[in-house]
Design a protein around this ligand. Structure first.
Ligand SMILES: *[C@@H]1O[C@H](CO)[C@@H](O)[C@H](O)[C@H]1NC(C)=O
Ligand SMILES: *[C@@H]1O[C@H](CO)[C@@H](O)[C@H](O)[C@H]1NC(C)=O
Length: 185
């Protein structure tokens, strides 16, 4: 009984300490990256540079410094950086950014929070925008986002139409087979 009580006490003490101590990541370090505490400053330094990343990893909420340079990132999902309230240092250079309307989120976020990190970013694609600075693109060059939705909707519309037509034809054929209208007209 004594052993259990002492063990339980020790466990709750450990979890209390890890909750209270600043700078300790309260979430996992994303696998290809390495994380370190930033000394007396609150927050974590997350080093994901040169890891061959094609997408943004799940980041600790207390990320203060984020290194993502020299990867294969083409875009950052809309909203992905919004939860990182402590983020101060960010390096996104040397990535093959695909400059279309989906990159608008990143540009606006950087304009607000980290202009220094925006300045070196260059587009890798589409061909017409290759090597252009993301910071200098106009709204027109980033592509009209509205066009994305109707194309997708139209695809779904035709796919649904084909499915519905297929279902109706099978129903008619099944009805015909049961009433033998095909065999005995
Ligand atoms: C960039 O990353 C690759 C691995 O993805 C590595 O081999 C290369 O050395 C890195 N280049 C620089 C300049 O760090
Ligand atoms: C980002 O990293 C590159 C190395 O790839 C370095 O030359 C550059 O100074 C860094 N930029 C910022 C804003 O820290």
């Amino acid at each position: 009984m004594h052993v259990l009580a002492v063990l339980g006490c020790a466990l709750s003490l450990v979890s209390l300490v890890s909750l209270l101590s600043p700078g300790v990541a309260d979430e996992q370090c994303p696998p290809p990256c390495s994380c370190s505490s930033l000394g007396d400053a609150r927050g974590t330094r997350v080093d994901c540079a040169s890891r061959g990343l094609r997408s943004l990893p799940a980041l600790p909420r207390l990320t203060r410094s984020l290194l993502l340079h020299n990867n294969s990132l083409a875009s950052i999902p809309s909203g992905a950086l919004d939860g990182l309230g402590l983020l101060q240092e960010l390096n996104l250079s040397h990535n093959p950014w695909h400059c279309d309307c989906r990159l608008l989120y990143l540009r606006l976020w950087l304009e607000d929070a980290a202009v220094a990190a925006l300045a070196p970013l260059r587009c890798a694609s589409p061909a017409a925008l290759r090597m252009r600075a993301l910071q200098r693109l106009t709204g027109n060059e980033l592509g009209p986002c509205k066009r994305l939705l109707p194309t997708k909707c139209l695809q779904f519309f035709w796919r649904d139409l084909v499915l519905i037509a297929g279902a109706i034809i099978s129903l008619v054929l099944a009805a015909c087979a049961t009433t033998r209208c095909l065999n005995n007209p």
